[in-house]
Write a protein that binds this ligand. Structure first.
Ligand SMILES: Nc1ncnc2c1ncn2[C@@H]1O[C@H](COP(=O)(O)OP(=O)(O)OP(=O)(O)O)[C@@H](O)[C@H]1O
Ligand SMILES: [Mg+2]
Length: 298
């Protein structure tokens, strides 16, 4: 049958000089990931997670099937963990379960040993769609979470100065979102999330709607910011190049109902700058990922 025949890799255009992939319907190398959960309480544990949606007509869609992983805390270091998988596989569903926006059908999510039962300040989410409040200035948007917690004005100001600067928006503090470009709006969302200093930052294809050049800039900015914040970023993408550029660890996800096929530890690149993307070392990791996604199953 044709859908059992491994097809040749057909990367479609992503960023210039990079590869974006659609792995849906393709059969890749056999899964190599086997969950082994530690005995200690990790920063994040996803245990036997399963999510099946039931719509109002009673039809069910199994989105996530048995996802288990541990992300350990690396004190003092920001870490980026990427979920790479095809459109519709269940990436947002996993992230929403971690965020506490969606109760799992099976299994559980634990942050530092505590079961997630709803949204919480220890987790912050940046969505693909721009989510700034149009009636608030950039600074008011960024300070929003602090205001909800009744943090005094002076302290809010100090923190918003810091985070607006870290995303390069200090000169736009008094502007409204409508006056900003897409990349700038996402920087507002990132600052608004980071200012609450969550342990886990959940980013669901946050740069998907940006033009390639802006996207590169945002990737570098994210790496800069993650170096100065001691948090773990869970980043969802379908772009192989973006995954390799950002990640310390990549989980490759299967089409729906999703589960983890592979876990890749990305080698430490001394300089993660834009030139890296055309280096042989970088290309080799990209190629390895593409091979895993597309090579004939054994
Ligand atoms: N609220 C819902 N009700 C019913 N089915 C849903 C709901 N949300 C998602 N699904 C289904 O679950 C599956 C996984 O969806 P999800 O949004 O997690 O995928 P994704 O990997 O994030 O996709 P994309 O890359 O396109 O954002 C899809 O088949 C989708 O149609
Ligand atoms: Mg999604």
């Amino acid at each position: 049958m044709s859908d059992e025949t491994p097809e040749k890799a057909t990367p479609h255009a992503g960023e210039p000089g990079t590869v974006a992939v659609t792995v849906e319907g393709k059969k890749g190398a056999p899964a190599t990931y086997k969950a082994s959960l530690t005995s200690e309480a990790p920063k994040l544990r996803i245990k036997d997670l399963g999510v099946t949606y039931i719509d109002r007509h009673g039809r069910s869609t199994e989105a996530v099937r048995e996802v288990s992983l541990d992300i350990l805390d690396k004190p003092g270091i920001g870490e980026v963990v990427v979920f790479l998988g095809p459109s519709g596989c269940g990436k947002s569903t996993i992230l929403k379960s971690v965020a506490g926006l969606l109760p799992p059908t099976r299994g559980e999510v634990l942050v530092e040993g505590k079961p997630v039962t709803g949204v919480g300040r220890d987790r912050g989410m940046v969505f693909q769609a721009y989510t700034s409040f149009g009636w608030l200035t950039v600074r008011e948007n960024v300070e929003y979470g602090l205001r909800l917690r009744s943090i005094p004005r002076d302290e809010r100001r100090k923190l918003s100065d810091k985070y607006l600067k870290s995303v390069g928006l200090d000169e736009f503090a008094d502007h409204y979102p409508k006056d900003l470009s897409g990349g700038m709006k996402q920087r507002v969302a990132i600052a608004r999330t980071l200012i609450n200093q969550p342990k886990l930052v959940l980013m669901d294809e946050p740069f998907g709607a940006l033009d390639p050049q802006t996207r590169w800039g945002m990737q570098s900015l994210l790496l800069d910011v993650s170096r100065s914040e001691d948090n773990t970023i869970l980043f969802v993408t379908h772009d192989v190049s973006e995954a390799v550029y950002l990640a310390d660890t990549i989980y490759v996800l299967a089409p729906r109902p999703t589960h983890i096929l592979h876990r890749i530890d990305v080698p430490f690149f001394a300089n993660r700058d834009i030139g890296l993307k055309s280096s042989t070392e970088f290309r080799n990791v990209e190629k390895k990922l593409l091979d895993l996604l597309y090579s004939p199953a054994g």
